[in-house]
Design a protein. Sequence first.
Length: 763
Amino acid sequence: MNEEDSDTRCGSRRQFLQTNLLGAAALSALGAQGSHGPPADEAPWYRRTYRWGQTNITENDPVRYDIAWWRGYWKTTQIQGVIINAGGIVAYYPSRDPLQHRAEFLGGRDLYGELAKAAHEDGLVVLARMDSNRAGEDFHRLHPDWFTVDASGTPYRDADKYISCINSPYYDEYLPSVLREIIERSHPEGFADNSWSGLSRDRICYCGNCSRKFQSETSKELPAKADWDDLTYREWIRWSYRRRLEIWDLNNRVARQAGGPHCLWIGMNSGSIANQSLQFRDNLGICQRAEMILLDHQARSDAGGFQQNAEMGKLIHNVLGWDKLVPESMAMYQAGRPVFRLASKPAAEARMWMAAGFAGGIQPWWHMISAYHEDRRIYRTAGPMMQFYKDHEEFLVNRTPVAAVGVVWSQESTDFYGRDRANELTELPYRGMVQALVRARIPYVPVNLRDIERESGRIPVLAMPNVGALSDADYERVRRFVQNGGSLLATGCTSLYTDSGDTREDFGLAELFGVHVTDRAEAGRTGRKPEQLAHSYLRLSPELRAKFAGPKSGREPAPEGARHAVLKGFDETDILAFGGALLPLRIDAGATVPMTYIPPFPIYPPETAWMRVEKTEIPGLVLRTAPAGSRVAYLPADIDRRFAQDNLPDHGNLLANILRWLIADRLPITLIGPGLIDCHLYQQPGRLVLHILNLNNSGSWRAPIDELIPMSPVRIVLPRPHGTAYRTARFLVSGQRRAVRVNGSQIEFETGPILDHEVAVIS
C-alpha cells in the first residue's frame, strides 16, 4: 500500500476540526459542525443496519429448526440484520454444484432459503454466511491440485478436512460460482465469510499454483522454510498479503456484479493485530476497501480485561472511518477459555463485553451456535442490551473520539520486527501502554503508523510502544508530528529497525530521542530477543531515602534538588523493580536522565540477594524538549511490556506519570472517584458522549464474571468550552438528568452509582 492510497483514504473520510479537539477552545467548536451523513432511510443497508443476530447452524439443525420461534426472537431482540449459514464447507441449500457438501441432515430441504425468505419478509437485512477454506475427502479426490501441500507434497489438513489453496481455482473459480448461485436463489444483501484468508503464516504451501504464481511475480522459487533472515521468505510474506487483498477485491467484484452495487462480500477479521498478521490480513488494505467490517472476536483474555473490546473497536474505526459500522460477533455461549458451544455465557460476562463494545463504537451482533439449546438461559441476555442500543443509537454512531494520547500500532512492525515473537515484542508493549492509560483514566485512541499526520493538531501526544520497524517515510511522519507541536513517548526498540526488519546503525529517531546506539550488533541481538532478567532494578535520581525513616548505613547520598514530575509518588523509594536488561547508550547534551539501570543480581538463596553494582550511567528514561517546544520521552526500559506481563502498579504509575507530563495542560477530561474505570469520550455536533465502564466487578480479571457490583458515583471535570453552554448531563443507563455546574474555567457534574456501565450525554 502506498502513501497515495493512504492520503486518498484519509481525504475520503469525514473531515473533522483541524484544531486541537482538546481543552476549552476545541470543545466550544463542536456545536458548529454539521449533521453526520444522509438521513437513515436514504443510506444503504451497510450504513443503517446497527443490530445483528446469528444462529450458527449445525448439520443436525435442519430436522429441528423452529423458524417461527426464531422469528419471534428476532423481533424480541430488535435486530435489523441476520447472518444465515449458506455454503462453503457445508451447504444448507440444495446446491446445483456437486462439489458442495450438503449438511448431513439437510435431506431435500432448503433451510438457508427458508430462513432468508422469512428474514426478508420481516424486513431484515440478510448476510449469507460462508466458511470457505476447507473441504472433505470427496472434494479433494476430484481436485487435489486445489489444496495446500507441504514441501514433500503431503496435504495440509485440519481435523478431517483438507485446506484449500488461496492461489488455486478453488478461490478464483469455484467460490465465485457459489456466490453467484446463492445470489440467484435468495438475493441476500451480502456475504459474511468466516475463514476466508487461507493457510496461516505458520505453514508454506508448495502446490503447483503457489509455485507458478510466486515464480511469475518474483522470478524466485518459494522459500524452503520460514527464515526471516532469508530475503525470499520476506518477499513471500508480502506476496501472501497481496493475494489476500486480491481475494477481497475478487469476491466483492463478483458480489456486486451478480447482486447489485450494494451487495457486499465481507470477510470476518480479528481485532488482534498479531492474529491478523498470522492470517496475512492487512488491516489498512482491508479498511481502504471496506464499507463495513465484521469483527470475529468473541471473548476476552484475563490479561486484557473487558477494556480490550472498546480498544479494538476504536482501533478499527480509526482506520476504517467513524461514519462506518463495525458489528462484532458477541457470543452468548461460553467462549474464550474454556469453550462450551452449547452452554450459556454468564449474563454479567456477556453484558460487560457488549457494553465495552458500545464504548468502542462497535455495533451489537448476538451469536449462538445451534438452533436448539437445552440451556435456555442463553436466550435471556441479548434482549435488554439490544434494546438499550436501539433506544440510544443516535449517541452511539457517527461520532469522533476526543483523546489525549494516540497509541501507535503497525502491522508491518508486527511482521518484520516482531516476526515469530510478535506477542512478546509488539503485542505486550502495546497492551501494557493501553492498560496504563486505562488505569490513569486518560482518553486514548489507537493510531496506525501511517495515519500519524492525520492526528497532528488533534491529539497532543503519541505513544510508540516498541514500534521497532519504521520506514524512512514513517520517520518523517513522526518528526513532522513533533515539529508541529506534538509530544512523543517511545519505548524499547522503537525505530531501531528498517521496515524490512534489519537493524539500523542507530535509532531512526535518534535526534528526537536524544540517544544513540553504541554497539549496533548488541543492540540488534538484545532488541530482537529481550532478556528477561528477573532481578534488575531502576535507580531514581536524585536519591531521597535519607529524608525518610529507616535504618542508616552512613552511605546515603544527601538529597539534592527536587525530582522530575515523572517520578511523582515515588518519593519514599530510590529504586523501582524492573526485570529486564538495558544497553549502554550515548546521551545528547541537554537531555535529562531521571532513572538509571541497576544490573541483575541473585534472588536465591536469600543470603545472596544484594546489589553487586548499585549504580550505572545506563539510562532507563531520557527526557528532552524538542526545538519546537514539544516534549519527548524515550524509555529504553521495556516498562510497557513488563507492565503487561507482571501488572506491577509501579510500572503503570510510571507510564501514567510520563504521559501526564507530555500531555501537560491538554487533558480533555478528568474522572474523580475510587476504583478501576475505563472511560471513552466522543464528540457529536453540540454535545459530548462519555462512556464509563465499571471494571471493579468480581472476576473482572479472571473470566467469566457472574456478578455485577455497583461502584461509587464519579465526579466528571471538563474544560469549560467557549461559545457552547453545556447545561445538562443525561445518563442513558440510569435514565437520570443532572445539571452541569460551572466552576471557573471548568464544568463539573456527578454520576450516580454505576453497576456495569454508564453513558453520559453532555449538552
